[in-house]
Structures are given as structure tokens and as C-alpha cells.
Design a protein around this ligand. Sequence first.
Ligand SMILES: CC(C)(COP(=O)(O)OP(=O)(O)OC[C@H]1O[C@@H](n2cnc3c(N)ncnc32)[C@H](O)[C@@H]1OP(=O)(O)O)[C@@H](O)C(=O)NCCC(=O)NCCSC(=O)CCC(=O)O
Length: 566
Amino acid sequence: MDAEAIAEGRRRWQARYDSAQKRAADFTTLSGDPVEPAYGPRPGDTYDGFERIGWPGEYPFTRGLYPTGYRGRAWTIRQFAGFGNAQQTNERYKMILAAGGGGLSVAFDMPTLMGRDSDDPRSLGEVGHCGVAIDSAADMEILFQDIPLGEVTTSMTISGPAVPVFCMYLVAAERQGADPAVLNGTLQTDIFKEYIAQKEWLFTPEPHLRLIGDLMEHCARDIPAYKPLSVSGYHIREAGSTAAQELAYTLADGFGYVELGLSRGMDVDVFAPGLSFFFDAHVDFFEEIAKFRAARRIWARWLRDVYGARSDKAQWLRFHTQTAGVSLTAQQPYNNVVRTAVEALAAVLGGTNSLHTNALDETLALPSERAAEIALRTQQVLMEETGVANVADPLGGSWYIEQLTDRIEADAEKIFERIKERGRLAHPDEQHPIGPMTSGILRGIEDGWFTGEIAESAFRYQRSLEKGDKRVVGVNVAEGSVTEDLEILRVSHEVERDQISSLARRKEARDEGAVRSALDAMLSAARDGSNMIGPMLDAARAEATLGEICGVLRDEWGVYTEPPGF
Ligand SMILES: CC(C)(COP(=O)(O)OP(=O)(O)OC[C@H]1O[C@@H](n2cnc3c(N)ncnc32)[C@H](O)[C@@H]1OP(=O)(O)O)[C@@H](O)C(=O)NCCC(=O)NCCSC(=O)CCC(=O)O
């Protein structure tokens, strides 16, 4: 790009920066020197390919979504939390909000994630262990007691039974008197990554996609600020993929949901802002920063050029980041604070919109209150002390970062081609009714291609770790110092017993006829193709349990079984 075009871009960005709202904060260095809100080539310099980098807040958004960067608004501190029963988790949320957490993020226990009630024999021993137990809308009500859902943005990490859990959340909001139309938050919902990596699916893919389509329609129409999907690379990375695989599989999944919306006749400019993303911040500092920058650029280009999105918001890739659970070690666990801080810094330098920092004890158990607080404070140290929020995309223009960003983008594009190619193999004559990327994703799920590719990468890394080429402090280098005593959070078995008895009491108290007729109406909608959210909401209002709602759908749609792979 020539010097005049660069200067013109700078003027455009500056005008937008000047007219935007900024936080009331000191944006000078620790020594008191002023810093610009963003930097670019020196006046008079030319820069080959600058249109791929650009200015913050401008297409292709490599440098972030906003001309102000974090000067307009800092990232959201959103700590993923949940354990025991709704009451215990409610207390933890209040602690998080009181300590400066900016939003909430619900972790559910395994039975809830699998759409089963606490009294299901398969739930035995799991109730309240890896997250909070939610059986019906009444639990949701307790979970958010004294937390105004109309004001706090809440993320819920659940995909198999995401839609019924969302209905319970809406009922809790109704019971608080909140206007559902103003609710803002995120539901994970991303079923592709369940089949690919996380493995917490319920139904077979096609009917599940139809349910997600119903949810997208409902949110776009009735709850416009709510993000019904958090397309997730985190679990793909944690399963052992490379950074480029994480990026490419996740964005391909995102394209699949775009195709789903388009196939139902929805307007991409209306529904695309509801697609949010979730990535891992692993410990390779620069590669991660480049991954985040490449993610925004690829998404903006595909949304504009392939799917026809016109508005900035529809081209924006907004993402939450969690530091890498797999990078934490049980050995010398206090070092995990350092790893997490470095990973969080990479997320921030990559322009994350929301961030979770892991607690130092997470390889051993759910975080203790003390460890959870250190994790949260880690973000506050970055935000308040280090100056990283002063300048948008401060590493933009670095030869290393820009080349890494280009390389990861090119790798991702090659992977998209491979996925689409798989779709063409599956449907040589005609397109899949949803779209070409969806066709490739479904084929790659069916024949175990994604799982195989991830396993290959995980194996390569493990081998290099065992050979000592890759090193981890406390594991294969600098081993053998004292093991510190850590306070471990233990969830009492009484939680399970109490949860089962309160579920029994609730079932006694509810109107069985109302539950039955709501479930029947939901089944009719499943059969006749009408939007299922309304009847599912009625079922939640009648205190139908998660297991009952999912049970009806399991019977109707069948349970997914993974293809065997060797
Ligand atoms: C979009 C995100 C990513 C973030 O939403 P947030 O509300 O926090 O932030 P945001 O949308 O970026 O910002 C809030 C509002 O401020 C505006 N805003 C932000 N920065 C601005 C700026 N500089 N200038 C002007 N406006 C700005 C935004 O446009 C938005 O307004 P408008 O709305 O008006 O635009 C959302 O989807 C989210 O919260 N995701 C969290 C997902 C999550 O927690 N997942 C947990 C997974 S845990 C998991 O899976 C477990 C893994 C495991 O451990 O196994």
C-alpha cells in the first residue's frame, strides 16, 4: 500500500477514535509518558500488504473490532464456575461479581451436560462434581437468586442439552421479572465440536442441527443481543490439535452454522452477530497471538465475500478465551499461575473480548475459592498495572507476528479446502441441503476424519515431549522440587442426596398434566417441523426436568454413536 493510502486510513481511524467513547482511565506509561491509542507505519512509509493489517476497527479487523481497542471498554473478566448445587454456585457467583468479575459463566455437572437428571442411575457419583447440578427451572432460579439477569451477561457452557437449559434460564429470568428481550449472554450450543472433540453429544447430527436452527431463529427474532452459539475451538485444542487445526476446524464449524441460518432463509446480517467464538490460549505466546489475529481476518473475509454479510457486526469475530487447561501441571502447581498469566497476556494482545484464567489447582480438582481468586486477580494485574490495555494491537506490524498470522491463515485455508473436499466426496452430484462446508463437516464427523487428524497431532506432540524436544517445567525438565500442599475443593456426597430429594419434592408439587401436555406439544413440534422453542419453554415453565425433555427427544431422534476409529 502506498504512503498516501496509509495516511488516509490513519485519518479515518483517528476520526473514529476521536468521536468514540473512552474509559475514564490513565493511558500513559508507568513513567507518565503519553502513548498513542494505536500505531502504524511511519508517515511517508509504504507497506506491502497493509490492507491485510489495516487499522483497529476496520475491515478485515486483524487489529481488533474497535478503533479504541481496550480504551473504549476492557475485555470482560468472565470466570467459568460451578460446583455442587445451585445454592453453592450462586454464592460463588456473588463472590466473583464482588471481586470485580465482569460477567458470569456457568459450568454444569456431567449429568446436566448429558441431559440426565440427578436421580438417573447413570448420574450416580457425578452430581455436582464437575459443575453445578441443574434438573429443572427451579434450580436455575436458585442459581441466579439476587443476580439480575437483565443486567449481568451470562454464558452457559452446554451443548448437547443447550436448548432446554436455555429455556430454563429464560424461565428463571421471567420469574425474576426480567424482560427476556433485553437478555444478553451466550449459550455454547456448538454441537459440531462435541462430535469432533468434546464428545458430550446427545442426538444424531441432523435433527440436532434443526434444533439449533430453531434456537437461532428464536434469538434473532426475540432476544437480539443474545448469542445462541459460542463456536468453540477450546475443546479441539485441548484434545491435542495444533493451533492451525483449532482455528480452521472452529471457523469451518462457524461457516457451517452460517450455512444453517442461510438454509432457513435467515438474513446473515441479522443472525451472524449472534455467532460468537471461543478459543484456547495455549502457552506458545506468539503463535497464539497470531492465531487470534488470523481468526478475525479470515472470518471477516469469508462472511463478506462468501456469505454476503454487509454490516461490520456481521463480519466481526467476537471471542472468549480460556487459558489452556492442558498446559497446567500437577507437579509444582504454583507454576501454573505463571503459565496462566502468559497465556492470558497472549489472549489480550490478540484482542480477546472476554477471558477466563484457569486456577492453579485445576489439574487436581475444581478451583478452591483461594485459587479462583488468584486466577481472577491475574486478569486484574494485566488490566490495571501492565499498560497492555492502552494501545490497540500493539504487536501489529511486527515482522514475526505478521508472518505468523499469514502462515496460520494460509494453513487454515488449506484445511478448509480439505473439509470441503470431504463434502464433495459425500455428495458428488448434489449439494448437502445445508451447504458445502456443512457437508464436509458432517462427512468428517461420520468417518472419524477430524478425530484422526487431532489424534495424529496429539501423538506427535506427546512423542516430542517424551523425547525431550518439547519441555515442560516440573515434568521433563527442572523436576523434583517439593510438592506443595494445596487446599483441594471437595464436593460432598450430600449434594447428590439433597439434589435427588429436592427433585422428588418438586415432582410431587408440580402439575403432572401440564408437564405431559407440554412434552406432547414439544414432540408434535419435533415431528411437524415447527419451531420447538415455544413448546420447550412451556415444558420448562411446567417444571419438566432436563432428563424428561431430553428423553422425549432421544426417543424421537435416536442417540448418536461414534464411529469406531483405530
Ligand atoms: C461476545 C462474547 C465473546 C463476549 O461478550 P461480552 O459481553 O463479554 O463482551 P463484548 O460483547 O465484547 O462487549 C460488551 C459490549 O461492549 C461493547 N464494546 C466492547 N468493546 C468496546 C469498545 N472498545 N468500544 C465500544 N464498544 C465496545 C460491545 O460491542 C458490546 O456491546 P453490544 O453487545 O451492544 O455489541 C460472548 O459471546 C461471551 O461472553 N462469551 C463467553 C463464552 C464463555 O464464557 N464460555 C465459557 C466456556 S468454558 C468451557 O467450555 C469449559 C472448558 C473446560 O474447561 O472444559
